[in-house]
Design a protein around this ligand. Structure first.
Ligand SMILES: Cc1cc2nc3c(=O)[nH]c(=O)nc-3n(C[C@H](O)[C@H](O)[C@H](O)COP(=O)(O)O)c2cc1C
Length: 423
């Protein structure tokens, strides 16, 4: 059934009349506050935090605030259509779920819950390279609904190839190469808690389910090289037991003897990213994948032009939600220059800081083809699993559709830069 904003709005009010308030808060600040209560302090810090003093996260919000909407009146907006065409699919709204790693921190249903919620609404999900469930398991939940795969370029070409092939095999219709995380940013919230989820075997499901990776961690020379770094402590023992229990296959002692869990984490930290990659290496991706390739993390017109020169099929303007560089340009501010540089040759998407329907409207008015939602859906997941993600996405769809109509726009094509002030 077609999603309708006014129905969503009416349902909420009618349920309120019958005494039921939304379980998942609609306001972003309340959503975040409730999610915080549901998570461990380490999990919340990992999801909510950013680089340095988190000034880029603030910039992302200020960037949106700098634009103001200029609506048009008397435009007959009784019927509204928020659908778009993107890489061969008709989407009900210009909204995708951004790739978010380690979603098990928020809820045990993690990526599986997101896959069900997004596909139930016909919105594409971008599977994270750092997912908590293998892409095949998520894809199996999604029927024919669109899904993309986000890649971090590993030090192993064989592993990269394998991930690309697996993505095509499980029905992904695009590859998103994230460029901004060749190393982890300096994240004080995580550093103060001395907490990195990957060390506990979280967020490495795409690796441990991969045949090439499995081969790598069985290599006797590699296994022999694993030593105990940093001495022993009770906490370390507890963490090791948790890590071993996370892995399937064999008894606890068998897994310990084979060193599989420890080997997987060590190998992952060794190879997950290749900071030496340059533009020239993009040819490798083109050679090994027939799918459209989008570059995520572009923030300058110069890089956008390079992306076109190197034959890329799309761009996601993003600063990774302010998690990588402190004091970086807001994604929405960067969007304008990128859109101008691309000049309609390939689709430009954006994320980082989108919190409500007016943000989506502004991004589209500046020239984005679609937006990716990040932290808001992770918070919905933390609060109520699949239903929580669905609530958040439906609220954003409704808010966007109403904003569009109230601004005098019947379709996405009616949303142009004349609807915004120039900051
Ligand atoms: C907890 C967390 C994990 C993330 N993991 C990934 C990832 O695995 N791959 C990726 O390309 N981006 C990742 N991102 C970045 C998101 O895709 C997106 O760019 C960001 O969340 C947008 O910012 P916002 O959430 O503030 O709107 C992650 C973001 C968060 C908050």
């Amino acid at each position: 059934m077609k999603f309708e904003a006014t129905k969503r709005q009416k349902d909420i009010y009618l349920q309120g009349f019958a005494g039921t308030k939304p379980v998942v808060p609609v306001r972003f600040d309340k959503l975040e506050a409730m999610a915080k209560q549901k998570m461990s302090k380490e999990a919340f810090a990992y999801i909510a935090g950013g680089a340095g003093l988190e000034s880029t996260m603030e910039n992302n919000r200020r960037g949106f605030d700098a634009y103001q909407i200029i609506p048009s009146m008397l435009q007959d907006v009784a019927k509204r259509d928020t659908s778009i065409q993107l890489f061969g699919y008709q989407l009900p709204a210009p909204i995708l779920t951004a790739p978010i790693g380690v979603l098990e921190l928020a809820h045990p249903g993690a990526d599986i819950d997101v896959a069900r919620a997004a596909s139930g609404l016909g919105l594409p999900m971008i599977f994270s390279n750092q997912a908590s469930f293998p892409m095949e398991k998520c894809a199996a939940q999604m029927g024919s609904s669109p899904r993309w795969f986000q890649l971090y370029w590993s030090k192993s070409d064989e592993l990269t190839k394998s991930l690309l092939h697996r993505a095509a095999d499980c029905g992904c219709s695009a590859i998103v190469l994230t460029l901004d995380t060749t190393m982890l940013g300096w994240r004080p919230r995580d550093l103060d808690l001395a907490y990195l989820p990957f060390l506990g075997g979280m967020g490495i499901a795409q690796y441990v389910s991969d045949p090439i990776f499995q081969e790598m961690i069985r290599d006797p020379a590699f296994l022999a090289s694993i030593t105990n770094e940093g001495g022993f402590s009770i906490r370390k023992l507890v963490n090791l037991i948790r890590l071993v229990n996370k892995f399937k296959g064999g008894s606890f002692f068998e897994k310990l003897r084979k060193k599989t869990p420890i080997a997987a984490v060590r190998k992952f930290t060794e190879i997950y990213s290749r900071p030496s990659i340059t533009w020239k290496e993009l040819a490798f991706l083109k050679k090994h994948s027939k799918l459209p390739i989008l570059l995520k993390g572009i923030l300058s017109a110069a890089d956008a032009k390079q992306a076109i020169e190197y034959g890329m099929d799309g761009i996601i303007v993003s600063n990774h939600g302010g998690r990588q560089i402190a004091g970086a340009i807001s994604a929405v501010k960067a969007l304008k220059g990128v859109v101008a540089a691309v000049d309609g040759k390939i689709p430009v998407l954006m994320d980082s800081g989108i919190r409500d329907g007016s943000d989506i409207f502004k991004a589209i008015a500046i020239g984005a083809k679609a937006v990716c939602i990040g932290r808001p859906y992770a918070y919905g997941l933390a609060i109520a699993g699949e239903a929580g993600v669905r609530e958040v996405l439906q609220n954003l769809m409704a808010d966007f559709e109403l904003t569009m109509g109230l601004c005098g726009c019947r379709t996405i094509k009616d949303i142009g830069p004349e609807k915004l002030t120039n900051p």
